[in-house]
Design a protein around this ligand. Structure first.
Ligand code: FA5
Length: 340
């Protein structure tokens, strides 16, 4: 009778152990069956009331039942621990044969990239790339460009004046003067660089921006030459037809002077903050060099003439990449620059 009850307890407990789905369930079985005052303990107590020969037989059965259940509990606990370890390893799986990701590479700023493209283009057309200082003399920034002190054109470019009469150049045109002084005619030069104006900032105006100056001096240079180089420049940058318009423009250092505008590529000409709702963006003022400018740099205007242009490089970059606010270009936000 006792023997049968022990066997039933053992087989029932084994089933519970094997079907337990957590350590807590296992512990509950252990306490209930093997713990102090557990089911087995009750059998051990009953055993004392049996006659001696039955007692030793029952003792053996009880002990083997105890050992079997303890072993099963231990094995099941181990299985839980193994499964937990496997899950952890699966989560933290690491392929040590994968190549390392390598350092993150930076890239050129879009303004630098377009500047270099234009330098290469003009170098291939026989132009020298010149550099000039950002701190300029009043003479080269204004006077030598036919803008004397009392000339109203000085007000066209709000100037950051420095101590000692120098200034932060308001355009790249003073590098024309340096080119004429240093190299003389015939001359083909471009001069990219940073310029500064004391003006309020908006979607298309910065106080610090980039221009690219171009100048060609030779015998019999005409507006046709000027237009040829302007067209070549725009085709190289946009790699497609863009709509431009040429209108008269006034700059004291060219005569005749033109404004070459591009149909706004941000809004397609419909009007937006970049083109100030006008549909056109001022990009490329240009003209034939005023004889006074040649004369002031020691070049005889009877023998030589030429054209000059002052490309708004920052605006060109905006048009090329459809950037709708100039302030983003120098804003220092790497997430913005990573797009290019
Ligand atoms: C000049 O600076 C003349 N030196 C250009 C020139 C050179 C004319 C040679 C004739 C012969 P302007 O002030 O318009 O011109 O500026 C030239 C270009 O610079 C503009 O068409 C525009 O694209 C860009 N620009 C002017 N002001 C700003 C500004 N605040 N922010 C960004 N781009 C500007």
């Amino acid at each position: 009778m006792l023997e049968q009850s022990i066997q039933e307890l053992e087989s029932g407990s084994q089933r519970r152990i094997q079907s337990a789905s957590s350590l807590e369930e296992l512990e509950a079985v252990r306490v209930e069956v093997l713990g102090r005052k557990g089911a087995l303990d009750q059998f051990f107590k009953q055993m004392g009331k049996l006659p001696p020969d039955e007692r030793s037989r029952a003792g053996k059965i009880l002990n083997s039942c105890k050992q079997a259940l303890e072993g099963a509990l231990e094995a099941r606990k181990q299985a839980f621990a193994d499964a937990a370890l496997r899950a952890k390893l699966d989560r933290e799986w690491l392929d040590l044969t994968l190549p390392a990701p390598g350092p993150r590479r930076g890239h050129l700023h879009p303004i630098t990239r377009i500047q270099r493209e234009l330098e290469e283009l003009f170098a291939s057309l026989g132009f020298t790339v010149l550099d000039g200082p950002e701190v300029e003399t009043e003479w080269r920034n204004f006077d030598a460009l036919n803008i004397p002190l009392d000339h109203p054109a000085r007000d066209m470019q709000d100037t950051f004046w420095l101590d000692g009469g120098n200034l932060l150049r308001t355009h790249t045109s003073p590098v024309q003067v340096r080119g004429m002084e240093r190299l003389g005619p015939p001359l083909r030069m471009i001069a990219p660089g940073r310029v500064f104006r004391n003006e309020s900032v908006d979607a298309s105006h910065e106080h610090t921006f980039y221009q690219l100056e171009g100048m060609m001096i030779d015998r019999d240079v005409s507006v046709a030459h000027l237009l040829y180089f302007m067209k070549t420049l725009l085709t190289a940058i946009f790699k497609r037809d863009v709509t431009v318009r040429l209108r008269p423009g006034y700059f004291p250092f060219v005569e005749p002077g033109f404004e070459l505008d591009i149909k706004c590529l941000i809004c397609g000409g419909a009007g937006c903050p970049v083109c100030k709702q006008g549909g056109w963006v001022e990009l490329l003022p240009c003209g034939l060099v005023n004889p006074n400018v040649l004369r002031m740099s020691g070049i005889d205007p009877e023998e030589w003439n030429g054209f000059a242009f002052g490309l708004g490089l920052t605006r060109l970059v905006m048009m090329r990449y459809a950037i709708d606010d100039i302030r983003q270009l120098q804003g220092g936000d790497v997430r913005f620059l990573e797009q290019f």
